[in-house]
Design a binder for this molecule. Sequence first.
Ligand SMILES: *Cc1c(COP(=O)(O)O)cnc(C)c1O
Length: 401
Amino acid sequence: MTHATAQPLYDTYNRAALRFERGEGVWLITDQGDRYLDFAAGIAVNSLGHAHPHLVNALKTQADKLWHVSNVYEIPDQDRLGQRLVDNTFADKVFFTNSGAEALECAIKTARRYHYVNGHPERYRIITFEGAFHGRTLATIAAGGQAKYLEGFGPKVEGFDQVPFGDEKALKAAITPETAAILIEPVQGEGGLRPVPEESLRALRKICDDNGLLLILDEVQCGVGRTGKFFAHEWAGVTPDIVAVAKGIGGGFPMGACLATAEAAKGMTAGVHGTTYGGNPLAMAVGNAVLDVVLADGFLDHVRQIALHFKQGLASIVDRYPDVVSEVRGRGLLIGLKCVVPNTALIQALRDEHLLSVGAGDNVLRLLPPLIVTEDEAREGLARIETACERLSVANKQKSA
Ligand SMILES: *Cc1c(COP(=O)(O)O)cnc(C)c1O
């Protein structure tokens, strides 16, 4: 039997031939004992790095007491985490999920129910943007609108209208009496690290207010401290109606949340939505532990400070290797390097330097260090990125010579 026919897993991933056995902070260690600087962080998930003592302790302590009871009963740590999210954000209400896509599903359902209980069941359509990524469920691939994710899965879920990113005229033209909401990532992650300009986000808020629409933000990747504020939308000073969260809030434990104002959530009454696992005691123990760290005095200052130095270093690399990389993008520690070479070539060259990164759309390389990264570790990362760029640049020159 060949390896290809013997392997039991769906062939949905092209996996790198690396097997990690353990992690320590920003480092991942393979089963061969090789150490890699992890600037992918499980795709913006390991916000506090690997094996953070406070998270390990929270999970172990909870594991000894109680794992799961279902949402039939009260879960005190769910109330506590919900209250902390309410106290520290725009939100009045929270629904816990297991993933980002489920947080988005809840956000979409919340927006539709809002109009339904307002006597407008016809208002169910949601405007989204080209290059968006909202997850892989049937509704969220329809929301993301990317052909490569929709192909072969039957009719696209109804009710999503996509407009070009940054095209306010097209957006206004897309609003109809059936429109319920606008859904956008404050910083496009998968799409290539494109931040929505602050004035555009404020303009979206106004368009929503003028047309009775809800503003839904997908902060699954950019939320929970990643940009140097708890939520990326805080930079623009806008107040959303609904926000989807996941990734960083669990620090590696699968969890997500949908946050909403009391008004936006008013249609989500007993029995209309549910989840078996969402908000279970294990997830809540870890989520509360993540907030202990992220909300501590000075933590977000640290993220902003490191991000500034790291980006300055990257800008100098862009200056010196313009045949390899052309631009630094993103916000805080949600960083993109626009590549001149194929981004896959740079990802491989970085992996050869034992630094892990992730690709994104628009030929961008994503750098998502854990938020606990120190100045020294960031410098070490920059040195490795510099070496990789230098090697690719030398190879470029040899090719053209
Ligand atoms: C990852 C991601 C999702 C989907 O989250 P899952 O946990 O994979 O379902 C949704 N939106 C954005 C912006 C993401 O980055």
